[in-house]
Design a protein around this ligand. Structure first.
Ligand code: HPA
Length: 277
């Protein structure tokens, strides 16, 4: 993935989806795919057509960029969005920069806000499966960076307000208006793909994490580096390792996500509309 790939991708986005980018991009993580069905007037571009976008594993996420708007009034009250269905995970190849070209192309096109979503395990019994958590901050436990090798002083980018406080306040207000509980807490990123041990979960809790997952943090770093504002929502699919008797599995994560997705999609639609202004 080169600078020329990003230029070519940005040109393609302008050509196929419009010269003016939506202000908001939404990156869909595990369990959040049904949100793409909320997009009205959808125009799709497969990642495979966009040179700076990642090639995704067959049988995994679809890898589709969908543009349109949220809200069905069909007037200027609707919110234009670019939805990214599918992300490259660092656990696939040990590289944290799989979404670098995609995020830089969106930024070059004119996107200003990245709303991320993921599935996560909860470290707090009072935040059980099916609940939603607004990410207030993160712990980069994997200690990988997508900016390794990046030239220039921009690589020393500030993360002291990585999850934008104003966007978070707007998200909280939107969830409250929709009558949906939104927890808030620190997301710890571990590389995976194995789940954690109970000892690791005790460590993360001692370090101040409320949720644990295998994504999101690299894209937050890339987005902040590219000048985007970031918001992130976690769908809790399980209590973390050692907190209950059952073993953890990806199938269980996805099954819980399916059950929780209607509420999650409703919150996300409300949040995206609240971020319009
Ligand atoms: N650990 C890590 N990633 C996850 C989990 C978990 O318990 N649940 C969903 N994604």
């Amino acid at each position: 993935m080169t600078a020329a790939d990003i230029d070519a991708t940005t040109a393609l986005l302008r050509q196929r989806l419009g010269a003016v980018a939506p202000r908001i991009a939404v990156l869909l993580g595990s369990g959040w795919a049904p949100f793409a069905e909320q997009v009205q007037g959808a125009v799709d571009v497969p990642y495979a057509d966009l040179p700076a976008f990642p090639a995704l594993a067959v049988g995994g996420h679809p890898g589709l960029l969908r543009c349109g708007h949220i809200g069905d009034s069909g007037d200027s009250g609707d919110t234009p969005v670019a939805v990214l269905a599918g992300r490259k995970h660092a656990y696939e190849n040990g590289q944290a920069d799989g979404m670098k070209g995609a995020i830089r192309s969106l930024a070059a096109w004119g996107v200003q806000v990245l709303v991320q979503t993921n599935a996560a395990g909860s470290l707090d019994a009072a935040m059980p499966p099916g609940e939603l958590m607004l990410v207030s901050d993160h712990l980069n436990i994997a200690q990988r960076s997508p900016l390794i090798g990046e030239p220039g002083d921009g690589r020393f980018c500030d993360l002291s307000a990585a999850y934008d406080p104003i966007l978070r306040a707007q998200a909280r207000a939107a969830a409250q208006a929709a009558g949906i509980t939104l927890h808030e807490g620190v997301y710890a990123w571990l590389l995976g793909p194995q789940f954690e041990t109970p000892a690791e979960i005790r460590m993360l809790r001692a370090l101040g994490a409320q949720a644990v997952g295998m994504s999101t943090v690299p894209e937050t770093i890339l987005a902040r580096h590219a000048g985007l504002r970031v918001l992130a929502l976690s769908m809790i699919t399980n209590l973390a390792a050692g907190m209950e008797d059952q073993t953890l599995s990806h199938a269980h994560t996805l099954a819980t996500a399916r059950e929780a997705s209607a509420r999650a999609v409703a919150v996300l639609a409300a949040v995206v509309q609240a971020l319009k202004d």
